[in-house]
Ligand binder design. Structure first.
Ligand SMILES: Cc1cc2nc3c(=O)[nH]c(=O)nc-3n(C[C@H](O)[C@H](O)[C@H](O)COP(=O)(O)OP(=O)(O)OC[C@H]3O[C@@H](n4cnc5c(N)ncnc54)[C@H](O)[C@@H]3O)c2cc1C
Length: 401
């Protein structure tokens, strides 16, 4: 696919080299802008966890030259299968892989985050060598009619035409634009663990996307990296005081306790989890906001639309942002007008995704088993509905506001 080429290259500083910032840097560079990608950490660390990439995001990776690598390094799930946590009774199952590809033109991919990060950083190095600056923490910015001055923690200030804030949920730029953050604890915590296949029984499970459900909790399992690793996420209603952080280790015994009495397969994955690498974090709700910009700065990714993980769409929405930002900036005229167009295009869709993820929280965790069965019986309809607005969206061609 030919990407739009700008006639007026801008100097763009991007804060944060996560999925949002790195894909934006690649997209903006490929359409002719000069980019500097500033990342706070001194060395990029691997996050051991899986990520689902649906077609709405897949189209962007493909357009930016990463589609083949993404597909090759992923495991496509065959079917979505839901079982009762205690008995393993199969509540529903329907094909996921083939219909997704046939309807939306890109497969559903389950990939290790470290592999996706490697694909992104390799591509960045190809298209914008030297653009990534590690150990560069952005603390804020000033702006005037002609551009922005980005402030760094080391006292430096960088001048640019535009600041793109892709610095995640605790973004200082988000605070500067929106004021103090007001997260509300969702009542749910999430466990994550990635288990080497050799620790599990042979043929432990098929290439499915498996959800084990029960009152107040559920567990998701799927294969990663050529089926060498099993990704496990356990979501539990809890009133413990946990941190909102991907990297906080927690006591394996508590993980075990949270799924006590559940089926032997669930116990097998918990028992096979590394005692020292079980992570737990608190899931917070932030209501959608519709102001993502000032005159010379704009929020993307989790900095713009943090969401609960129940739709597996946070990273997908981040790459949608990157594509739309590239398109509105191809012929920017004046930068604030382009940012306004970006905001008008993106905020309604992002709000819909955030609100849908919030609703899923209730569906996944019904306290009554009868209600849970009814909700699960309708989950094929829920997926079919997502085919009509979520997965069928192509950010490379969708209308701009
Ligand atoms: C349990 C769970 C499962 C999920 N599963 C999925 C899934 O299957 N599919 C999906 O699409 N999404 C999923 N998500 C959501 C997804 O992980 C996030 O939405 C996505 O990673 C956000 O990317 P980001 O680049 O916006 O932010 P981040 O990943 O937070 O990256 C921000 C970057 O900015 C850097 N940074 C921070 N502050 C500064 C600063 N001041 N200056 C410079 N750099 C800074 C950080 O070090 C980091 O590198 C899941 C989330 C959770 C919690």
């Amino acid at each position: 696919m030919d990407l739009p080429q700008t006639t007026t290259p801008l100097d763009i500083v991007i804060a944060g080299a996560g999925i949002a910032g790195t894909s934006a840097a690649i997209a903006l560079r490929l359409s002719g802008h000069n980019v500097r990608l500033l990342e706070r950490v001194a060395a990029m660390a691997e996050v051991g966890a899986g990520l689902q990439v649906s077609a709405n995001a897949g189209h962007v990776y493909a357009a930016l030259g990463m589609g083949e690598a993404l597909v090759t390094r992923s495991v496509p799930p065959d079917q979505w299968i839901v079982r009762l946590g205690k008995s393993s009774e199969r509540l529903t199952a329907f094909a996921l892989g083939r219909p997704h590809l046939e309807q939306h033109g890109f497969p559903c991919c389950n990939i290790h985050r470290a592999d996706l990060q490697d694909i992104l950083l390799t591509r960045l190095d190809e298209v914008a060598p030297g653009a990534l600056h590690l150990g560069s923490e952005v603390t804020g910015y000033d702006e005037d009619d002609r551009g922005a001055s980005v402030r760094l923690a080391n006292g430096q200030s960088l001048r640019c035409d535009l600041l793109v804030a892709a610095d995640g949920v605790r973004s200082p730029i988000r605070r500067q634009i929106l004021g103090p953050d007001r997260p509300e604890y969702s009542g749910n915590i999430a466990w994550r663990s990635v288990i080497p296949a050799e620790r599990l029984p042979r043929d432990f499970m098929a290439d499915d996307h498996a959800a084990w459900v029960g009152p107040g909790r559920h567990m998701i399992m799927y294969w990663l990296r050529n089926r060498e690793l099993l990704n496990v996420v356990g979501l539990v209603e809890s009133d413990i005081d946990a941190e909102e952080s991907w990297t906080v280790q927690a006591d394996w015994h508590e993980f075990k306790r949270d799924f006590e009495g559940w089926h032997a397969d669930v116990q097998t994955v918990i028992d096979a989890s590394d005692r020292d690498t079980c992570y737990r974090w608190a899931l917070n709700i932030r209501q959608p906001v519709h102001n993502w910009r000032s005159e010379r700065a704009v929020l993307i990714g989790d900095a713009a639309h943090p969401m609960l993980p129940y739709l597996a769409q946070g990273a997908a929405a981040a790459v949608e942002d990157a594509a739309i930002l590239m398109r509105v900036l191809a012929d920017p005229g004046d930068v604030p007008a382009a940012l306004e167009r970006f905001q008008k295009t993106r905020t309604p869709r992002a709000a819909r995704v955030v609100e849908s993820a919030n609703r899923m929280r209730h569906i996944n965790h019904m306290s009554d088993e009868g209600e849970l069965r009814q909700a699960i019986a309708k989950s094929a309809d829920l997926f079919a509905d997502r085919d009509t607005w979520l997965y069928n969206y192509n950010p490379m061609t969708a209308p701009l506001a």
